[in-house]
Design a protein around this ligand. Structure first.
Ligand code: T4K
Length: 376
């Protein structure tokens, strides 16, 4: 009976990984098998690193890693960050946790009400003599206020690391996002448009950082010596093989996502109380990683949680990324800090299903469910 009421017979998830062609993957893996080399800077790893550096990351020093969380940790260690790090509370746990695992203290700064990124106007008031870095996150592929952050960093002699987990191929005024900050850390998790099942990359502005980073991600070993307090952060050959095939697939996935984005934008524009993603003019290439709406309950007549539940009843599994805020985690004591914008936005955000496997019909049906809720 219930089944008949469902608009979707099968669950519609927030994402669906691009599954590379199995025959081609077999071919790649046969080469790996024949080489007898499975990890530790193997041939596929080397090839993917060079191709990403040359084709995507502007020829900047690139180091592949096992995932972006460890990538953030390694970037913080490579840049020798100490003491306090100013960051955003509106992010995936990985950002703040990498800071903590690096033995540093995250200082949470409020976010901008439009971009949902760290509010560059509020950073300076949090700087102390213990601050050594700013970690911004290009949330949902919205670029941080990179120019202002660079200026602040110069003025106070701070390092800047961007968590670019959502920002693959993001460009501002035709310039890759890797041009900003000292390092950008990308995630290649299965849920990302470009993926290696699990994986990531650190891209450094300064060339010399790669040598140190590669030592840190390999236990700190240099030749016969151990010269850094390193970790195991290496990407293996199986991951790299998937990545090489994904380089072929990503454009088609981008095009399919553009269509879905167009449907969502068209069908939901003008719906009172539904705030659509703010696409800034300066963003000349969008990372197309997430499609996030905000529900203004006063205008929409229903809360974000009502929309979430109604979608769920219809077998659509949207996600409340990034609820709860990092400041709510038990292991951070964050009383009396002024993060009003973040507190408001975290109650409004809802990421809709967004991947190339979603049909135009399905995307349209999702928007209909949302529009109907306000009428109930
Ligand atoms: N910084 C930021 C800002 C991030 O958002 C992330 C990760 C990181 C850093 C750290 O990057 P990594 O260390 O992971 O490289 C997922 C991803 O696991 C995570 O990478 C991502 N951000 C985060 C936003 O989303 P969960 O806990 O929501 O994953 P899960 O298992 O609930 O899966 C999400 C949806 O995808 C589900 O509906 C199921 C579907 N799915 C998932 C996988 C893995 C599939 O259909 N197939 C699959 O293979 O974290």
């Amino acid at each position: 009976m219930l089944k008949n009421k469902l608009i979707f017979e099968k669950p519609v998830l927030i994402t669906k990984p691009v599954m590379v062609d199995l025959t081609e993957l077999n071919h790649e893996l046969r080469e790996v098998w024949n080489s007898g080399w499975l990890t530790n800077n193997g041939y596929k790893h080397q090839e993917l690193e060079v191709r990403l550096r040359n084709e995507i990351f502007n020829n900047f020093a690139t180091s592949l890693v096992v995932n972006a969380t460890i990538g953030l940790l390694i970037a913080l260690k490579t840049l020798d960050i100490k003491g306090e790090v100013i960051t955003t509370p509106f992010t995936f746990p990985a950002t703040a946790h990498a800071i903590s695992w690096a033995g540093l203290k995250p200082i949470f700064c409020d976010i901008d009400p439009v971009t949902m990124n760290i509010d560059s106007e509020k950073i300076e008031s949090l700087i102390t003599d213990r601050t050594s870095a700013i970690v911004g996150v290009h949330v949902f592929g919205n670029p941080c206020d990179v120019e202002k952050i660079d200026k602040i960093a110069k003025k106070y002699n701070l390092k800047v690391i961007y968590d670019a987990a959502h920002a693959f191929e993001l460009e501002i005024n035709d310039r890759s996002i890797v041009n900003y900050g000292d390092a950008s850390v990308f995630s290649f998790h299965a849920t990302k448009l470009f993926h290696t099942a699990e994986g990531g990359a650190i891209v450094f502005k300064e060339k010399s950082m790669k040598g140190k980073c590669d030592i840190i991600k390999n236990f700190g070993i240099k030749g016969d010596d151990v010269v850094e307090c390193g970790i195991n952060g290496k990407m293996n050959e199986l991951q790299a093989a998937v990545g090489l095939l994904m380089l072929k697939e990503k454009e088609e996935e981008r095009e399919l996502r553009k269509l879905i984005e167009g449907i969502y934008m068209k069908e939901l524009s003008g719906v009172d109380g539904v705030i659509l993603p703010n696409r800034e003019k300066k963003v000349t290439k969008n990372s197309l990683q997430y499609f996030v709406i905000r529900v203004d309950a006063d205008k929409f007549g229903k809360t974000r949680d009502d929309v979430f539940e109604e979608l769920r009843k219809n077998n659509v599994f949207a996600r409340k990324y990034f609820y709860p805020l990092c400041t709510e985690y038990n292991h951070y004591s964050c009383k009396n800090i002024d993060i009003k914008n973040a507190e408001k936005i975290v109650e409004q955000v809802l990421c809709l299903p967004f991947h190339g496997g979603l049909s135009i019909k399905d995307a349209t049906a999702i928007t209909k469910i949302i529009k109907n809720i306000s009428k109930k």
